[in-house]
Design a protein around this ligand. Structure first.
Ligand SMILES: Cc1cc2nc3c(=O)[nH]c(=O)nc-3n(C[C@H](O)[C@H](O)[C@H](O)COP(=O)(O)OP(=O)(O)OC[C@H]3O[C@@H](n4cnc5c(N)ncnc54)[C@H](O)[C@@H]3O)c2cc1C
Length: 393
């Protein structure tokens, strides 16, 4: 420790205490990885994690993402036993509705997910209507239904992982901003912060939409772009059924879910760029929310009578293929990136923390092979493209 109590060395420094940084810290601590330090410029969960709609689903078109979601679901379901806190996961069920012309892809993706162990079935519009009588599903020939999925809480997950990691000996520096990486001889030597230098042979940046400028200073450009999003929270109309399924709906280009038993959350597929993650509207616009709700009403007309309680705003960290960057930085040994989750990171965060810990300690993700998410895929011209990718994946 230095004179002001600020640690000067660590075996592993993690930047960012969102769901990713906290999950990595937890899994490293479980593996006795030495002196691990989490450095957070604000407070735990203050980035995208604390604003997340936090849907949990297994429906992806890229198999490693399904695997990460499955491993994570098991952790969400057994939170108390694994993390030691009560947990916030709510099993409401989840429905994926795709464009009518993507029905074949839906079938093939569901077959792939089932092969990987996901509990998912194809159901007809008639069966969907039985599960969700309030939804208008006339055009739905088939939908994917996951009875075990639902939603969680981003701030809660980040807090729980960090609390348990600290119980296991991880250090935590809040209100401490990393300003640059200290790199020498092609290896990271530590982190420069606004509280002084921390020497460490391994640094993991889980810094969400703030990641690119940090790496640019070290001469490496990661293609992560911030994108602004708005979410509406409504009070259920009196005649609405509470606690229903979460849904991602390509036809209305919205996602929605219940929020406890008496509220409802609606979000948009599309956001706006450019946006400054340090300076974006904290209040959602009335027109923006009205537009998202109007689209969702086509699926759920009873929402027309639901009162808008508030809006949530937030920033996604988008990559060109909408998939995260996980791995060591080419040319800078010991410097790892874990960012670029493109609005989808919450549901896979427990498994990302686990596989990042495996990568750092054992050289590769053992539970799930995450090598295809390496940041080198973009300079190599090999973005990820799933076999049966949807137009809006
Ligand atoms: C509105 C919204 C809705 C979403 N809905 C869903 C959903 O339904 N399902 C889903 O799976 N995902 C969803 N997501 C995405 C998901 O929430 C994110 O992918 C996930 O929370 C990212 O976690 P993170 O830890 O990578 O980043 P963040 O939570 O952003 O954490 C990064 C942390 O790094 C810190 N930091 C940044 N720079 C520095 C620095 N230089 N030094 C020190 N600390 C630094 C920040 O303060 C922050 O706390 C949503 C996101 C938003 C914004």
């Amino acid at each position: 420790m230095s004179g002001n109590g600020h640690p000067k060395t660590a075996d592993i420094v993690i930047l960012g205490a969102g769901v990713m940084g906290a999950a990595i810290a937890f899994h490293l601590a479980k593996r006795n990885a030495g002196k691990v330090l989490v450095v957070e410029r604000d407070h735990v969960g203050r980035g995208g994690s604390g604003r997340s709609s936090a849907l949990v689903r297994m429906h992806y078109s890229y198999p490693p993402e399904v695997q990460l979601a499955l491993v994570s679901l098991n952790i969400f379901e057994n939170w108390k036993e694994i993390v030691g806190e009560p947990g916030d996961f709510r099993k409401t069920g989840f429905v994926r509705i795709v464009h009518p012309n993507e029905m074949e892809r839906l079938k093939l993706n569901v077959a792939m997910q089932r092969q990987l162990g996901a509990k998912v079935e194809l159901i007809s519009g008639t069966d969907l209507k039985k599960i969700e009588p309030d939804w208008v599903v006339d055009e739905v020939e088939l939908a994917a239904y996951e009875p075990e999925s639902g939603y969680g809480d981003g701030a809660g997950v980040a807090n729980d992982f960090l609390t348990r990691a600290r119980d296991l000996g991880v250090g935590y520096l809040a209100r401490t901003q990393a300003t640059a990486f200290h790199v020498q001889g092609g290896r990271v030597q530590g982190v420069v912060t606004d509280q002084g230098l921390i020497a460490a042979p391994i640094v993991i940046a889980a810094t969400g939409p703030w990641t690119r400028p940090l790496f640019q200073k070290a001469g490496y450009d990661l293609p992560i772009e911030p994108e602004y999003h708005q979410v509406a929270i409504l009070r259920n109309a009196p005649e609405m059924k509470g606690g229903g399924c979460a849904c991602i709906d390509s036809v209305t280009a919205t996602y929605f879910r219940s929020d406890a038993h008496d509220k409802f959350l609606v979000g948009d597929f599309y956001g706006t760029r450019p946006v400054d993650p340090d300076n974006f509207p904290q209040r959602a616009s009335d027109e923006g929310l009205a537009e998202i709700i109007e689209r969702t009403c086509k699926r759920l007309p009873k929402l027309e009578n639901a009162e808008v309680m508030r809006g949530v705003t937030g920033v996604y960290d988008m990559t060109p293929d909408c998939r995260p960057l996980l791995g060591e930085t080419p040319g800078i040994g010991g410097l790892y990136v874990c960012a670029g989750f493109s609005g989808m990171g919450f549901k896979i965060s427990p498994a990302v923390g686990l596989t990042m810990a495996e990568l750092v300690l054992e050289g590769s993700g053992k539970t799930v092979d995450i090598s295809s998410f390496a940041p080198s895929r973009f300079p190599e011209g090999k973005p990820i493209k799933a076999e049966y990718e949807y137009v809006d994946d």
